[in-house]
Design a protein around this ligand. Structure first.
Ligand code: NDP
Length: 404
């Protein structure tokens, strides 16, 4: 069995995701929690060749990277080999047939699972590359009904999952590579090579964070550039940072970062925010946040030794460029729907969101239902996702009853 070491933090959803994936493999690991042992932060950065994000995972002394890298190894079928598990999973390669398969484990998928499990449909949830969905990388959620004092997003998703498990939902780690919707039961191929067949399918694969698309952004990703302030803000204690975006996520991240950073520059391409009024008021009142309006990031500056050192900004109205010294950049510019595997199989709108029959969760293929952000470019709230997850399970249950 391989020797596994993980550097983590207490409030770090990607750390939890990495540990869940390793746990699903039945392996043990040594954990160094930097909240408990802050003096080991520089040891981690040095071992990880300058990476300033958690988790950092080492297998037999070899740096793997973070959760995304671990998950990519799983998708490519290479993880078992690295963990010394090859040859131990032959029986799981047999296709498993279920009544309902649910793709995605955010509020939509887990609510669908709760309802489907209570209807004795024995659902299997394929948790996806971001188990728990977007709420696991947010902080406090103030508008989910039933929590008058607010609730932490990751805690809320743990409760969703426990409730789904209580009624017998089965979970699988991993992501969908390919689906065959041409005949029933539908066939789902996971990126790790596993195959599942399902009589009905609920797609709740959500949406993923968008990146700016700059080469320099890719170059400094994990070395200053991040999409998760709650995970990585800690590395920027006493340093100036920037956030790009003008929606609720960007403003929430900017506020969160004021707990660590000396200054937070909030860069927005227009002269008004898209975020809710309550969030705008909080940001504009916070003296640590400086809003840079009408501006875009043209380049992330830095070098291999120092990592990221600043940003080149461009004012979109005047065309003027200027450099600003910051050591971190948090990108919060919205999301794109995770519908890649369904291209040319299911009807989508021009932005790639799945189309459903209004008032239902029915997609263009009978027996396939869609719930949550993957089919909602308008509301995109945890509560609306949960509501549509409930609808999808009821739609699937009725459809199965009619077709038995
Ligand atoms: P949004 O789509 O709401 O906002 C994205 C922001 O990024 C916009 O301000 C947009 O600018 C900007 N942007 C998009 N592309 C680029 C680009 N290429 N370069 C620069 N800027 C860009 O996404 P969010 O993730 O903020 O929010 C998604 C949903 O989740 C919303 O419905 C939001 O209300 C909700 N949410 C709710 C929270 C809460 O209630 N606690 C917390 C977080 C999110 P522009 O405005 O010009 O289009």
């Amino acid at each position: 069995m391989a020797d596994i070491l993980i550097y983590t933090k207490t409030f770090c959803p990607f750390c939890s995701n990495a540990k869940s994936l390793l746990k699903s493999k039945g392996v043990a690991w040594t954990e160094i929690n930097l909240d408990d042992q802050p003096s080991r932060q520089s040891e981690m950065i040095e071992k990880a060749e300058g990476r300033k994000t958690v988790p950092q995972i080492f297998i037999d002394g070899h740096g793997i990277g973070g959760f995304d890298d671990l998950s990519a190894l799983e998708s490519q079928g290479k993880l078992d080999g690295l963990l010394g598990l090859q040859g131990e999973r032959a029986s799981s390669d047999q296709p498993q047939c279920v009544k309902v398969a649910i793709l995605g484990s955010g509020p939509a998928g887990l609510t669908a699972a709760i309802y489907a499990a209570r209807a004795n449909l024995n659902p299997v949830v394929i948790a996806g590359n971001e188990p728990g969905g977007q709420l696991t990388i947010t902080t406090e959620v103030e508008n989910f009904p039933g929590f008058p004092e607010g609730v932490q997003g990751p805690d809320l998703m743990v409760q969703f999952r426990k409730q789904a498990e209580r009624f017998g939902t089965a979970f699988k780690t991993g992501n969908i590579a390919k689906v065959d919707l041409s005949k029933r039961p539908f066939t789902l191929s996971l990126e790790n090579g596993e195959t599942i067949c399902a009589e009905a399918l609920i797609i709740s694969t959500g949406a993923s964070a968008r990146w700016l698309g700059l080469d320099s952004e890719t170059r400094f990703r994990n070395r200053g550039v991040s999409a998760c302030a709650t995970c990585d803000g800690f590395f920027f204690r006493g340093k100036p940072v920037a956030v790009v975006g003008g929606g609720d996520t960007a403003l929430e991240e900017a506020l969160f970062l004021t707990n660590f950073a000396t200054a937070v520059k909030l860069i927005h391409r227009r002269n008004e925010f898209r975020a809710s009024k309550a969030m705008q008021d909080r940001v504009l009142k916070n003296s640590k946040v400086e809003v840079i309006w009408d501006s875009v990031v043209e380049e992330v500056l830095g070098d291999d030794d120092k990592g990221m050192t600043g940003l080149r900004l461009k004012n979109v109205k005047t065309g003027a460029t200027s450099d600003t010294a910051v050591e971190g950049l948090f990108v919060a510019i919205g999301h794109h729907p995770n519908t890649g595997p369904f291209k040319n199989l299911l009807a989508m709108d021009e932005n790639g969101y799945l189309k459903v029959t209004p008032g239902t969760t029915r997609t263009s293929v009978e027996g396939v239902f869609a719930a949550g952000d993957v089919a909602d470019s308008v509301y995109r709230q945890a509560i609306t996702a949960a509501g549509s997850g409930c609808m999808a399970a009821i739609d699937a249950e009725r459809w199965l009853a009619e077709h038995e």
